[in-house]
Design a protein around this ligand. Structure first.
Ligand code: SAM
Length: 185
């Protein structure tokens, strides 16, 4: 897949689920991943991996004994991410609303960090609610849930789930994005 052009084509075709037409910028990715303590985070889950632009950066930082589980509902993106050859990576072509079921299947007790690019405002409320609540339950104490969004629509909802929610902002992204940094304390 020829990176940006291929992402654009696939994203436009599925604009409702992709929620954007360009992949995240390196500035946004750097800012998100700065929040993660990779010396401690061994089990990381990524929601909505797209063309794997964040996935690859997570793998660069992840402990050699770590594990990264990616959820991607788009079959073309899924096929593409599967070409990343790394024994620490598990790629699933299913919706992250199944996070609990997947954790049971993979025998994952608790997750250190969830990194999400989901277009929350485009997903039906019931499903978003399920994803956010199940994610909270699967996170370990002190675990973090990172989510970027182009609006602050979900800030209050996140605050209802997580006691600690900090906001970041990255202007060097199309469009500029907020980062919700939620901590389970
Ligand atoms: C905004 S794109 C992010 C792509 C990439 N991570 C990035 O930051 O450039 C959102 C991605 O979430 C995927 N997605 C949407 N709903 C999903 C769901 N319920 N479960 C898993 N992936 C989903 C879409 O197919 C799309 O690839």
């Amino acid at each position: 897949m020829q990176k940006k052009k291929a992402f654009f084509k696939e994203a436009v075709k599925n604009i409702k689920t992709s929620g954007t037409i360009v992949p995240s910028s390196k500035y946004l990715i750097q800012k998100m991943l700065k929040v993660v303590d990779f010396s401690k985070a061994k089990i990381i889950v990524e929601y909505g991996s797209g063309n794997g632009i964040i996935t690859k950066e997570i793998l660069k930082k992840l402990d050699k004994n770590g594990q990264l589980i990616c959820f991607e509902i788009n079959s073309e993106f899924y096929k593409h991410i599967q070409t990343i050859n790394d024994p620490r990576l598990t790629v699933l072509n299913e919706s992250c609303e199944n996070i609990r079921f997947v954790c049971d299947k993979l025998n994952i007790k608790k997750i250190d960090c969830i990194i999400s690019s989901l277009p929350l405002t485009n997903i039906p409320d019931k499903i978003t609610e399920k994803i956010l609540n199940q994610s909270y339950l699967q996170l370990k104490e002190n675990g973090c849930f990172l989510q970027y969004q182009y609006t602050l629509t979900y800030f209050k909802k996140m605050k209802k789930i997580y006691k600690s929610v900090d906001l970041g902002f990255e202007i060097r992204n199309i469009p500029p994005a907020f980062i919700y940094k939620c901590k389970k304390i």
